[in-house]
Design a protein around this ligand. Structure first.
Ligand SMILES: C[S@@+](CC[C@H](N)C(=O)[O-])C[C@H]1O[C@@H](n2cnc3c(N)ncnc32)[C@H](O)[C@@H]1O
Length: 280
């Protein structure tokens, strides 16, 4: 039984970070004509209404994408991310938020392939009706950790994997490591992007170090902390993205992005970011 629904969180600070980085990675991949495959192992519904009861329940997007909406001082990479969100809201009012499959759909080219896994029956149905018949795209109602195996290496040996679990499933932290270890054995040169929540859990704190160990050819880690956990130590303080084999351009781009997002999305005085990498 899957309880997690991304509709509650669409457009929050974590989505802003994740989708800004995803946009940078895909723009970089588009720099070469040769096609590539994007595997979205935990795809969600593909797009979300910000006026629906899920998004309205906690209004998380208000402290996320909505804070960027009217600004005129956006760094280039954030402006590029927001331009995609704007294409989803052609009348200029922020009412819809694109999920990772929608970012992919906007950025992938005819020679590229999109493979999406989503287990929740409702979100899978929405995703399949949105992208299921698009050329080059395939939507599976299967486990994304297991499904990754069959997707790498891609025929062109160019590929990106976005692994964005809810971490509410049993053993998700361990499954991230196991499925990536297997995928990297099959396809060492792939770009692997993992999102993780900054929560008071040992497994979450240990995940970046465990990912480093899988990345002998180089990695980049960006973490954005926007709020304090509540008095019980619960709550999403922030989130991180860890990229194995990152584009060489990414660190310089995020040097501009991270301080800006900290300033604009921070919800307390000690909001902060971490940006580190080890090049090959
Ligand atoms: C954080 S959300 C994905 C958000 C999406 N990647 C985006 O950026 O718009 C995680 C999704 O994974 C789905 N899910 C959970 N366990 C899964 C699994 N083992 N395989 C595939 N999907 C899974 C959940 O139903 C949920 O929709």
């Amino acid at each position: 039984m899957l309880a997690y629904r991304h509709a509650f969180h669409a457009g929050n600070h974590a989505d802003v970070l994740k989708h800004t980085v995803l946009t940078r990675v895909l723009r970089y991949m588009n720099g070469k004509d040769k096609g590539y495959r994007l595997v979205d192992t935990h795809a969600g519904a593909g797009g979300y209404s910000l006026e629906g009861r899920y998004a309205q329940k906690k209004g998380e997007f208000e402290a996320g994408v909505a804070r960027l909406w009217g600004r005129d001082d956006l760094p280039e990479a954030v402006a590029d991310y927001l331009s995609i969100v704007r294409q989803f809201n052609p009348d200029g009012t922020l009412t819809q938020y694109p999920g990772s499959p929608a970012f992919a759909q906007m950025l992938l080219r005819p020679q590229d392939q999109l493979r999406m896994f989503e287990l929740h029956p409702t979100d899978h149905r929405i995703l399949a009706s949105y992208l299921g018949t698009v050329r080059g795209a395939e939507v599976y109602d299967k486990d994304g950790f297991d499904g990754l195996k069959g997707q790498v290496p891609p025929p062109t040996r160019r590929g990106v994997v976005l692994m964005d679990p809810s971490y509410e499933g049993h053993g998700d932290y361990g499954r991230v490591i196991a499925s990536l270890r297997d995928a990297i054995t099959r396809f060492a040169e792939g770009v692997y992007m993992v999102w993780y929540p900054q929560v008071s859990k040992l497994e979450a704190a240990q995940l970046p170090k465990r990912l480093e160990a899988l990345a002998p050819k180089g990695w980049l880690h960006a973490r954005l902390t926007v709020q304090q956990p509540d008095s019980m130590g619960f709550g999403l303080a922030g989130s991180g993205v860890f990229i194995i084999n990152p584009p060489y351009t990414l660190h310089a781009e995020l040097l501009e992005v991270m301080p800006y997002l900290t300033e604009v999305l921070g919800q307390y005085d000690d909001a902060n970011y971490l940006l580190e990498q080890r090049a090959a």
